[in-house]
Design a protein around this ligand. Structure first.
Ligand code: PMP
Length: 431
């Protein structure tokens, strides 16, 4: 592939100024300069349909969020050591969407920080340090949390790896009837292993929709037996809803509500303020108090008035435009279109998702379910060339990851699948 002069120049500058740490999407990275709703524009004025980005949750450059930021930034912005209504009004409004027990929160700037606090809260509450997660997840980038992030496993890390154990992520495609039970057994096994160490067992941390793991299709209520195992062992359940929250799955505002559990601690981030950096850890009053007995916490930027105004505007948009119901409606339509494509192409092994998260696992053959990882990569690169932005994920990186901003419409979905159909028809399964 020949890259444009502009792309080569920007990639060289990036490598020089950012070093090798921040990778880009696609063989031919997109140089974006503007966004609006579900659309992005590159420097040449070409328009792309954004089917990937869950950060601009209520649409790129949503006017209400932009105006909320502008208005608050021109009135006051400061840290949280003063009295200010913004943070209190926001936490009241946010926690009203959750179980009554989840009544208190710390606001952060990222999901990573929020997960880091969550792990320390679990230590504060249980006096233990052993943490269990799935073996195909991502929860962030602090020294502690990066140990959990299996897609970016650190080679070193202050010896923190001793506190972490992993259970195979549920796979509803390969073990459809027993995915939940297998996961419960694996968690129980890791709890036993941790209890044999001096660290003991503090918490299980999961995305309740297993989004980074490839969002397996799991029946409502399925995590309840796992939560029972965790609680019987004296541990806490941490639900990382950084990706799955704020109505995205269409049926429930929070994904844990779909799978029949109330977490002890919830972690939020990404879509929370439509791209303005806001995260949160939400918990019950006892866990918050226990955290304080062992740790001190202050975050200069977390919960500042501008962040809270942006986050509040997101809740207003979700409510006023009924975006959760919209996500269900559009998501159902999208999955129906994916099922149609599955009838046409043998390599679409499994169609999954809920609400505004949908995708399909691509395989070399349906009998053996061998992941078609290379093919998936070529498909998403070709989609990008045709003006459609989406990605791939899952243990084998062979699941199409389609997770657009919530205002995405059925017409947008039709455009996406018309192009996908053409790309699938014209991309060889093996190279
Ligand atoms: N949790 C999950 C489930 C995530 O997907 C991510 C980011 N991809 C994080 C936490 C970390 O959030 P941040 O990048 O804001 O630190």
């Amino acid at each position: 592939m020949t890259l444009s002069e502009n792309t080569v120049h920007l990639m060289e500058r990036r490598a020089r100024l950012l070093g090798p740490n921040v990778s880009t999407f696609y063989d031919d990275p997109v140089h974006v300069v503007r966004g609006e709703g579900v659309w992005l524009w590159d420097a040449q004025g070409r328009k792309y349909l954004d089917c990937y980005n869950n950060v601009p949750h209520v649409g790129h450059c949503n006017p209400r969020v932009v105006e909320a930021i502008r208005e608050q930034a021109s009135t006051l912005n400061t840290h949280t050591r003063y009295l200010h209504d913004g943070i209190l009004d926001y936490i009241e409004r946010l926690t009203a969407t959750m179980d009554d027990s989840l009544s208190t929160a710390i606001l952060t700037c990222t999901g990573s920080e929020a997960n880091d606090i969550a792990l320390r809260m679990a230590e504060g509450m249980t006096g233990k340090r052993g943490i269990i997660a799935t073996d195909a997840t991502y929860h962030g980038n602090t020294a502690l949390v990066s140990q959990l992030s299996r897609s970016n496993v650190p080679e070193v890390g202050f010896g923190l790896d001793q506190f972490f154990r992993f259970a195979p992520a549920p796979d509803s495609y390969r073990t459809p009837d027993e995915a939940g039970a297998l996961f419960a057994d694996a968690v129980a096994e890791q709890i036993d292993a941790l209890n044999k160490t001096e660290h003991g067992f503090a918490a299980l941390v999961v995305c309740p929709f297993f989004l980074n793991e490839g969002f397996p299709n799991l029946p409502d209520g399925w995590l309840k037996p796992v939560a029972d195992v965790v609680r019987k062992a004296g541990g806490l359940l941490i639900c990382d809803e950084v990706q799955s929250g704020f109505g995205r799955i269409g049926t429930h505002f929070w994904a844990h509500q779909k799978i029949g559990v109330v977490p002890d601690i919830m972690v939020l981030g990404k879509p929370m303020a439509n791209g303005h950096p806001v995260g949160a850890v939400v918990t019950n009053a006892d866990t918050m108090a226990a955290f304080r007995t062992k740790f001190r916490y202050f975050n200069t930027f977390g919960g500042n008035p501008v962040s809270c105004a942006a986050a509040m505007a997101v809740l207003d948009e979700l409510q006023d435009h009924n975006l959760m119901a919209h996500a269900k409606d559009v998501g159902d339509h999208a999955r129906a279109r994916l099922h149609k494509l599955q009838g046409k192409y043998d390599f679409i092994g499994d169609v999954r998702g809920s609400g505004m998260v949908f995708g399909a696992e691509l395989v070399l053959d349906r009998d053996n379910k061998t992941p078609a990882s290379d093919f998936t990569d070529r498909v998403i690169n070709e989609m990008r060339q045709r003006g459609i932005i989406h990605s791939k994920l899952g243990r084998h990186k062979n699941t199409l990851k389609i997770r657009p901003p919530m205002p995405f419409t059925k017409d947008n979905a039709d455009m996406l699948f018309d192009v996908l159909d053409d790309v699938l028809a014209n991309t060889p399964l093996t190279s």
